[in-house]
Design a binder for this molecule. Structure first.
Ligand code: SF4
Ligand code: SF4
Length: 213
């Protein structure tokens, strides 16, 4: 297990993410290297809100919700917040845009990802190196069936000993290639909150120099 490892090489596919904005090294450390309890703690920071105005009662959200937290009663969609994991899937899959996550909850989630990332690094006494793959960059997380098609041409593969630097460089390279913040455009989220929080927690530095090999 990671807790018993001497060191880590963190290989991350860099892509969009409905709650973090993007997923890279910090997201992979925070969510990928922690226990089920740790993952739940990060997600439990946020719960979706539902707006019935555009709902067509297609029931996709009910069928998809992994926590069985969404039901329909007499033509109304209801969320059971006691059951909801805060995974955010309903906010992405509802094509009518009926679910949303308030920005303060999203920021809480992003900051918890950074805290969990620090804990994962502490487990190996900081002995970690990182590779971010900037290829097939999908708008949504590649763990879900609705990840979407790649948004731009492949950029390459980055390597660093610093999780903050590699995520900062990855984000800026994608924005430069797209000519805009594509993650904000897709998700309406400022995705660098997780990175800035990680820097505040002492995980690394946002300053970097790119060297081509
Ligand atoms: S997926 Fe959206 S449109 Fe369909 S039932 Fe759920 S909230 Fe309504
Ligand atoms: S956030 Fe996840 S667990 Fe909560 S209602 Fe939406 S799909 Fe279900």
């Amino acid at each position: 297990s990671i807790a018993e490892a001497d060191s880590m090489v963190v290989l991350s596919h860099f892509k969009g993410h409905g709650m973090a904005g993007f997923g890279g090294a910090i997201k992979n450390l925070g969510m990928g290297c922690t226990s089920k309890r740790g993952k739940m703690w990060q997600h439990s920071a946020s719960k979706p809100e539902y707006d019935a105005e555009n709902c067509i009662l297609c029931r996709k959200c009910i069928e998809f919700c992994p926590a069985d937290a969404i039901t329909e009663e007499e033509g109304h969609i209801l969320i059971n917040y006691e059951r909801c994991w805060g995974c955010g899937a309903c906010t992405v899959l509802c094509e009518q845009g009926c679910f949303s996550l308030p920005s303060q909850w999203i920021q809480k989630f992003q900051k918890r990802v950074a805290v969990a990332a620090k804990a994962a690094l502490q487990a190996v006494d900081g002995r970690a190196s990182f590779m971010n793959v900037l290829m097939d960059i999908t708008p949504r997380c590649d763990c879900c069936s609705f990840a979407g098609k790649p948004m731009l041409e492949d950029i390459g593969i980055l390597a660093s000993r610093d999780a903050v630097a590699i995520d900062t460089a990855s984000y800026e390279l994608v924005c430069d290639a797209a000519g805009k913040d594509v993650f904000h455009e897709v998700h309406g989220i400022y995705s660098m909150v997780q990175v800035e929080e990680a820097e505040k927690l002492g995980i690394g530095t946002g300053e970097y120099v790119l060297e081509s090999v």
